[in-house]
Design a protein. Structure first.
Length: 282
């Protein structure tokens, strides 16, 4: 049996550590470099943007004309307002539907339970694009086309992953708590509302962050189902029209869109990581 000498083991660890940090540095540069270019461009005037390179810093860091134009004339205010409405209602519905479905699937035994869980799994394997024709016909038949309620309905009804996250957390809650509450005279609704739901706060925080960022960044559904009620993503897309040649204004609008998600992620990233890991291990 061959043994590795301590010197060779230390050398191997150094190579591994160097490769790890080198890959991380390359990934950071590849991510931050385009953002830096957009950030620099957002402070430049039209003449300065055309005469300087993409990595050149702006002459005046206090030039906020591009941001004012993007925010006031680019429809960003309406986009933020519509996004907030859709976001709040969709997240509330997703949490209600997801936690109730998870509670029923984990705590109740009924005929066809395995089939229902299997159908949820199959639904996650079907690309959403393949069902858009049928989905559009349903939305149009309900009279919801070109309204924010179409987006709310779609965001609430197409999130199977959230149900699985809630189920994973639900399985970590002892059934003995339910039994003790039933002995004290509590019904199923009281158990769900007063015991199970408060214990699901880590899972709810995880779903709110992941689902909220997904809704905020969604472009296809708002563009297709609600063209007259622009969300923040479609408001940014509208810059290709009147501001198609003003890349500095487009850059300012891009920064305005990025900042909320960046701040939310930096403040709440620990909930994302801890929530996912806690829900994945029983």
């Amino acid at each position: 049996m061959t043994t590795i000498s301590p010197a060779r083991a230390r050398a191997a660890r150094k190579v591994s550590t160097t490769a790890k940090y080198t890959s991380l540095i390359i990934g950071c540069v590849a991510t931050l470099l385009p953002l830096a270019v957009v950030f620099f461009a957002s402070f430049k005037t039209s003449a300065e943007f055309g005469s300087t390179g993409p990595f050149a810093a702006p002459a005046n860091w206090f030039n906020l004309e591009n941001y004012i134009t993007a925010f006031e004339k680019g429809g960003m205010v309406e986009g933020f307002l519509n996004t907030t409405i859709v976001l709040v209602i969709s997240l509330t519905g997703t949490i209600a539907i997801g936690t109730m479905a998870a509670y029923a699937l984990d705590r109740f035994t009924f005929r066809g339970k395995t089939l229902v869980v299997g159908l949820f799994l199959v639904a996650t394997l079907i690309p959403g694009v393949t069902s858009q024709v049928a989905t559009f016909q349903i939305i149009n038949g309900l009279g919801l086309y070109d309204s924010m309620w179409a987006l709310i309905l779609l965001f609430m009804g197409t999130d199977i992953i959230s149900i699985y996250i809630f189920i994973q957390f639900m399985q970590s809650i002892p059934i003995s708590l339910d039994e003790a509450a039933m002995i004290d005279g509590a019904n199923r609704w009281s158990i769900y509302w007063r015991i199970v739901l408060p214990l699901l706060k880590p899972a709810i925080a995880t779903v709110v962050i992941i689902k909220g960022i997904a809704i905020y960044n969604e472009f296809y559904l708002p563009f297709l189902y609600s063209p007259s009620n622009p969300l923040i993503s479609t408001s940014l897309f509208a810059f290709k029209g009147p501001y198609g040649a003003h890349w500095e204004t487009i850059a300012a609008g891009t920064i305005l869109v990025i900042v909320p998600t960046l701040v939310a992620f930096l403040l709440l990233q620990r909930f994302i990581y801890s929530g996912l890991t806690t829900g994945a291990v029983k």
